[in-house]
Each structure stands twice: as structure tokens, then as C-alpha cells.
Design a protein around this ligand. Structure first.
Ligand code: PLP
Length: 386
């Protein structure tokens, strides 16, 4: 009897920690335990590791090391960008403009600011392919915004936004521009020098690094108020003794991503195309997102009439992990906000599954998973019609 496979195709939720990252981290969970803020030799050893990691993280995105603020992850970085802007001493009457498909890390932070009267908040719509509607965007900017937050790439459907153009339009209208690049970093080239953004959030665990560590890129001239009060760590922008092992792992993950980006993208693209060839054999299937500007590894698919949950469970029973949308709403069957904003019907949204590929996946795994998906769809459709 064949053993159940163990195939992980949910890399947009989290990626496995690369063995080189783990090896780099281990000394900082053991013999190198000093506090980077201490002046003695133990502290300075830790400080040097922190500095190297900051350089590695900055290099991946074309930033200067002092423009990187380490956080507990992408969520905190997004919160720091939005709340930090509204709490900054210079913030007169903060007006936020977000896309309708932002991750909860941005959406909820903005809603909270609006609920407490600290900012007003407007949403810009997206096209059926999840690209920001430029006409609506310009109209929103004309009404006035102090901070625009638009994600670089969407977690549900993988659509990539024209960030440089969106940032330029926002800045010429007098607003700052933040982008949530959690899904994009290490998957497509992202350089702050090219996009011109003022702030950018990203996270280690989506690039084969550890969970619980991320960063906010803060262009040198950008002023925000810290959310966490305490010591003077991170140049007074985020208090608290640093998660040194996590940050060292993040640095190594970024250094690896810098050298592997093209190779990984080509490998993952080829895997996705292989998967898509199987999907093409399923009747009446819909692939979401912008085909011309999509992350290489995300395949978001709806099978009309079938529940995404049922399909995900069938795949899970077959030893294959996929998702019904973003992991953050896997406990609810609400239609994905992204698909709703794209104008997809609730029933089609509920049938959505997301397959997301990573650098560790193999052609053999994809063949096996795609065949399993084709037969699960056939089986469930047969059940539905019986
Ligand atoms: N933004 C996007 C687009 C994401 O996909 C995620 C995580 O799924 C986050 C933010 C939150 O990042 P973290 O898990 O590091 O808090």
C-alpha cells in the first residue's frame, strides 16, 4: 500500500524555514545570548549580528540599513505604518486611503483608527482582475489623503499592483505611500529605490525565514510615532529587546532570497504552469487574478457549484495542504473580501481554493497534487449531481 504523501502547497500562508536559515539562527538560541543594547563583549557580539541582519534585509529591497525597523511580523509593521502615521506629532488630520483588497493587517488597523476618530478612511475599488481602479484612485486622491496604503501583491489571487505609478500619483497629491509587500518580497523584484514608496511592510516567514519577525521600511525623511513605548531600540521607533535569533534568521532568509530570486521564480513559474495544464482539463473552472501581473506561485481557482472547504478537506485527506483563501480567514466561510471587491459572486467565491507553490516543491509533487485535485473535483461533482 502507498503511504499518504505529505505535500505542502500553502506557501502563501507560510513557508518552511530554509536549513541555512535555521543553521544561522541556532547560535543565537544558545551561546550568543547577550543583549544587543549592552556595552560589554557579550552585548556587542549580539549587536554585530543585529547589524549584519539589518544590512541583509535592507539589501534585498534596496534600502539603507538605518531605514529598517524590525517588528514582530508583517502585521505589526502594517500597524506601525498606519497608526504611527496618525499618531505622529505632525499629523494634522490624518486621512487614509486603502484599496478594497488589503489584508486584515492594514484593513483592521485603518478601521480601528477610523472608529476611534483618529483618522478618516476611504477605500479605492479594484477591477475584476484585482488591479486598483486608476480612475477611482485619482478621484479619491483629489478628495485628499495623507497616507495611501496599497499592497504590492494580493494574498488571495496574487495580482501585482503597479506600485511605482500608484506611489507617484499619491505623492504628487501630497500623500505618503505605504505598501504591504508581505507576499511580494523574495518572489518578485521589489526595490524601494525603484518604486519610491515611503513605507513598506514585510515578513520573514513568507521567505523561508522564521515566524514572528518582520520589518517596516521607513524612508529616511518619513516621520512616524512608535506604537510600543520603552527603551531606545530600533532608533526609538520600536522599543523592546530585539528578537535576535529571529532577526538573524530573517537576515539570512533575505540574503538567500537576493541570490535565488530569479532561479526560484523560474522554478515556481514552471510548477504553476504544470499545475495549470491539469486545471485546464476540468470543465467550467475559473482562475482568478491578473494573468499578466500575478505572483509566480499563486493559483486561485473556483469550481462553480463545489464548496472550496470540501475540496480543501478532500485534498487534506489525500495528504496535500492547500487553502480556501488566506489562512487568516480559514475559520470562517465568509466569501473572500478580495473576490467580493473583484465582483465575483458569493457562490463562486465560496468555491475558491488557493494553491501556492514554494521553492521546495517538486514537479513530482505538483503532478501528484494536480491529479488528486482533478479526481477530487470529479468525485465531488458526481456526489453533488447524484
Ligand atoms: N499582509 C499580507 C498580504 C499577508 O499575506 C500577511 C500574512 O498572511 C500579513 C500581512 C501578515 O503578516 P504576518 O503573518 O507576518 O503578521
Amino acid at each position: 500500500m502507498n503511504a499518504t504523501p505529505d505535500i505542502y502547497l500553502d506557501n502563501a500562508a507560510s513557508t518552511p524555514v530554509d536549513t541555512q536559515v535555521l543553521d544561522a539562527m541556532l547560535p543565537y538560541l544558545g551561546q550568543v545570548f547577550g543583549n544587543p543594547s549592552s556595552a560589554h563583549a557579550h552585548g556587542q557580539k549580539a549587536r554585530r549580528a543585529l547589524d549584519v541582519a539589518r544590512e541583509e534585509v535592507a539589501a534585498l529591497i534596496g534600502a539603507q540599513p538605518e531605514e529598517i525597523v524590525f517588528t514582530s511580523g508583517g502585521t505589526e509593521a502594517c500597524n506601525l505604518a498606519l497608526q504611527g502615521h496618525c499618531l505622529a506629532p505632525a499629523a494634522a488630520a490624518p486621512r487614509l486611503l486603502l484599496s478594497a483588497i488589503e489584508h486584515d493587517a492594514v484593513r483592521r488597523a485603518a478601521e480601528r483608527l477610523a472608529e476611534t476618530g483618529m483618522a478618516s478612511c476611504e477605500r479605492v475599488g479594484v477591477t475584476a482582475q484585482a488591479r486598483v481602479d486608476l480612475e477611482h484612485y485619482d478621484a479619491c486622491l483629489k478628495r485628499g489623503a495623507t497616507l495611501v496604503s496599497i499592497m504590492t501583491a494580493n494574498n488571495d489571487v496574487g495580482t501585482i499592483q503597479p506600485v511605482a505609478e500608484l506611489a507617484a500619483r499619491a505623492q504628487s497629491a501630497g500623500a505618503l505611500f505605504h505598501t504591504d509587500a508581505v507576499q511580494a518580497i523574495g518572489k518578485i523584484p521589489v526595490k524601494v529605490t525603484e518604486s519610491g514608496v515611503d513605507m513598506m511592510s514585510f515578513s520573514a516567514h513568507k521567505v523561508y525565514g522564521p515566524k514572528g519577525v518582520g520589518a517596516l521600511y521607513l524612508r529616511r525623511s518619513t516621520r512616524i510615532a512608535p506604537l510600543v513605548q520603552g527603551g531606545s531600540q530600533e532608533s526609538r521607533r520600536r522599543a523592546g529587546t530585539e528578537n535576535l535569533a529571529g532577526i538573524v534568521g530573517f537576515g539570512r532568509a533575505c540574503a538567500l532570497a537576493s541570490v535565488r530570486l530569479e532561479r526560484d521564480a523560474a522554478h515556481i513559474n514552471a510548477l504553476r504552469e504544470r499545475f495549470e495544464r491539469y486545471l485546464a482539463t476540468i470543465d467550467n473552472i475559473r482562475i482568478h487574478g491578473e494573468p499578466a501581473a500575478r505572483l509566480p506561485g499563486i493559483l486561485s481557482v473556483s469550481t462553480p457549484g463545489l464548496s472550496g472547504e470540501a475540496l480543501m478537506m478532500a485534498m487534506d485527506m489525500a495528504g496535500i495542504s492547500i487553502s480556501t483563501g488566506s489562512a487568516c480567514h480559514s475559520d470562517s466561510v465568509d466569501p473572500s473580501r478580495t473576490l467580493t471587491a473583484m465582483g465575483v459572486s458569493p457562490s463562486l467565491s465560496r468555491s475558491m481554493i488557493r494553491i501556492s507553490l514554494g521553492r521546495q516543491n517538486t514537479a513530482h509533487e505538483v503532478e501528484h497534487a494536480a491529479q488528486a485535485l482533478v479526481s477530487a473535483v470529479a468525485r465531488l461533482r458526481a456526489l453533488e449531481s447524484s
